[in-house]
Design a binder for this molecule. Sequence first.
Ligand code: URA
Length: 243
Amino acid sequence: MERLQKVIATTGFCSRRKAEEYIAKGLVEVNGKIVTKLGTKVNYTDNIVVNGMALDTKEDKVYYLLNKPRGIITSVSDDKKRKTVVDLIKENKRIYPVGRLDYDTTGALILTNDGELTNLLLHPKNHIEKLYIAKINGIPTREQLSRISRGMVIDGKKTGKAKVKVKKVNKRDNSSVVTIAIYEGRNHQIKKLFEAIGYKVLKLRRYGISFLTVDDLKSGEYRKLSVKEVKKLYAQAKLDGND
Ligand code: URA
């Protein structure tokens, strides 16, 4: 048996914290009875209704790693009918991307129907490393890069620490290639960090998420994650004290 809020979060309906709010407000029913006690133990076979919505807790979980091409949106559907990352994967279950990569960003993206893992991977507290390689329109100084590594105020909020390194400098066209590791996933974070020190990101690729890389996948290709990899992702996310 598992705690009710965990089972709700596993379906992807909402985060565990939000599930706790629903429970406390008396909006959760288990087998037809309202449950308001946090931590009540339930089975995945119980009928759970949250805010009037019946949850599917029994669906098998699936996990994919995609090498996202440029020109595809990271979303489940698009009102302009553009192709989405979900369209690239042959899977009948309702899967969704974990976080987002911009339309013009390429590289590693996890897609799943496991809401619990999604919440764990996205929570900045869990310190999951996202590794990027970027081409920028200039050659940053050591001081500029150390401002990024210490964290900068973006949209009114300080970013966490980052690891940033210049890999290649091209004096002819005044550009450089840098690698950067961040541990949170704010919107356009890498582009905004470089903009904040005066540079534009010309190309961006996420080459890794924690221990997963897309080196063995061509652009647009994907593979299922192994049970071992999924367990390892859970373990990494829980290192910082989540249960
Ligand atoms: N940071 C960005 O600016 N864009 C992405 O797609 C991912 C991280």
